[in-house]
Design a protein around this ligand. Structure first.
Ligand code: URA
Length: 183
């Protein structure tokens, strides 16, 4: 069994926070173990909880359109979330839940060792880039953290709520593709 599969198994048996008791599936992450690019969202929603796969609901389907638009294949990247289990009624993750879960993400990043990490939305950016990250002001900006190039784009669910953000999202995703081609 690979290191990543072992970690997945550990995650599937995790009961470090109460969400472990209510999940249908642990949504560990999917994609290529050789990915140069990793997308990190917030937490699974209903469809993700039911399927065990990140970003497959309405927001995920919109995200797929942006991947297609900038010619990035889902199977070439790795997609994961800060939380691996669904918070009730899709509420924001609690800090204690993030603290309990973040070790899995850190291990995933270490194993996959991507060049670029893209945070999907404010919650992910605040946890992974900086606590005071302002998504409306700082989306699409690049940060170098250790070995990684990092940026944040709008969460696809935010685009469903406010379609005026879609132009910015396309520009930011083009910037991600350009960075990927450059490294
Ligand atoms: N929203 C997220 O942040 N992650 C998912 O996997 C689905 C919706």
């Amino acid at each position: 069994m690979s290191e990543l599969d072992l970690l997945k198994e550990k995650c599937e048996n995790c009961t470090s926070c109460p969400l472990g008791q209510t999940r249908t599936n642990c949504v560990f992450g999917t994609g290529s173990i050789n990915a140069k690019l990793m997308f990190i969202g917030e937490a699974p929603g209903e469809m993700e909880d039911l399927s065990g796969v990140p970003f497959v609901g309405r927001a995920g389907q919109l995200f797929d359109k942006y991947l297609f638009a900038v010619d990035i294949k889902r199977e070439d990247v790795y997609i994961a979330n800060i939380l691996k289990c669904r918070p009730h009624k899709n509420r924001d993750p609690l800090p204690a839940e993030e603290d309990a879960c973040i070790g899995f993400l850190r291990e995933q990043v270490k194993i996959i060792n991507p060049k670029i990490i893209v945070c999907l939305g404010r919650i992910s950016a605040m946890r992974l880039i900086k606590p005071d990250f302002k998504i409306t002001k700082e989306h699409g900006q690049w940060f170098k953290k250790g070995d990684y190039f990092m940026t944040a784009v709008y969460h696809p669910a935010a685009l469903l709520r406010d379609p005026r953000k879609k132009g910015d999202m396309l520009e930011d995703m083009k910037s991600v593709k350009a960075k990927l081609d450059e490294i």
